[in-house]
Design a protein around this ligand. Structure first.
Ligand SMILES: Nc1ncnc2c1ncn2[C@@H]1O[C@H](COP(=O)(O)OP(=O)(O)OP(=O)(O)O)[C@@H](O)[C@H]1O
Ligand SMILES: [Mg+2]
Length: 236
């Protein structure tokens, strides 16, 4: 494999529980790649492992051919940013303060200011709510803020863990439109979703995960047209 992000033979355990059984995925520069699968498939475990928050027992993760350093903040510095499941915002802080937290390790304050403006172009509502506490935003707005906060570290690879969780289909649709915009601006996106249909619709390629293994992969079109996958994951 030789993608931008390469995950190869990844095994991860929670104590005695073998959660990931040798995962191989690869994401090329400028792609949106989805990992879809039902509850407990191991999708979040995969995200946390790439982000350096869970120890990797075996296997490797490389970005642009370089093996990832062990610690989460070093991985962020390399250009990988994770928007975790359930957003994990600083709910007591304002929108503005959350964005500041996203840029906390940056020294290039001018560029950070420019990135902030870019976030407001993507999500104008955040500018209107700058002084509002994050915990008082709607679900969709909180997800926008979580993505904007991640963008403030200026990643080259943005990883999103179930951004559609708890959102109405129409809110999800407009959020997914912005994920396409982010990709169009040159970022690479790894998207994890239980909402397989909508995720694959905006993705270039996809992987189907089940019980800690990749059980199918292909272009999004191939996966969307696969009869068994439609039956198992798309509710047909
Ligand atoms: N902290 C933990 N300790 C022990 N087992 C865990 C822990 N977190 C997850 N697991 C187990 O690892 C497996 C994969 O869980 P994971 O959360 O990665 O799945 P997921 O695909 O993200 O599911 P969901 O769609 O519900 O978010 C599950 O069997 C789960 O019970
Ligand atoms: Mg999960």
């Amino acid at each position: 494999m030789s993608g931008y992000l390469d995950v190869s033979g990844l095994h991860v355990y929670y104590g005695g529980i073998h959660a990931l059984h040798g995962i191989d995925i690869s994401v090329n520069r400028g792609e949106i790649v989805s990992v879809v699968g039902v509850n407990g498939a191991g999708k979040s475990t995969l995200m946390w492992s790439i982000a350096g928050a869970l120890p990797v027992a075996r296997g490797s993760v490389t970005l642009d051919g370089v093996r990832l350093p062990p610690r989460p903040h070093e991985i962020v510095a390399l250009g990988i940013s994770l928007v975790p499941e359930r957003r994990r915002l600083f709910t007591a802080l304002s929108v503005e303060e959350n964005l500041i937290m996203g840029a906390i390790r940056r020294s290039d304050k001018d560029m950070a200011e420019r990135d902030r403006e870019r976030c407001f172009t993507l999500y104008p509502v955040l500018k209107e709510r700058l002084r509002q506490r994050a915990g008082t935003l709607s679900g969709g707005e909180q997800q926008m803020l979580a993505i904007a906060r991640a963008l403030m570290s200026r990643p080259s690879l943005l990883m999103l863990d179930e951004p559609s969780l708890g959102l109405a289909p129409i809110v999800t649709e407009s959020l997914f439109d912005t994920i396409c915009q982010i990709r169009d601006e040159g970022m690479t996106v790894l998207l994890v979703e239980q909402n397989a249909f909508q995720a694959l619709e905006i993705s270039d390629r996809g992987y189907v995960m089940q019980s800690g293994e990749i059980v199918a992969s292909g272009t999004s079109r191939e996966l969307l047209e696969n009869r068994l996958i439609r039956k198992a994951y798309l509710g047909e």
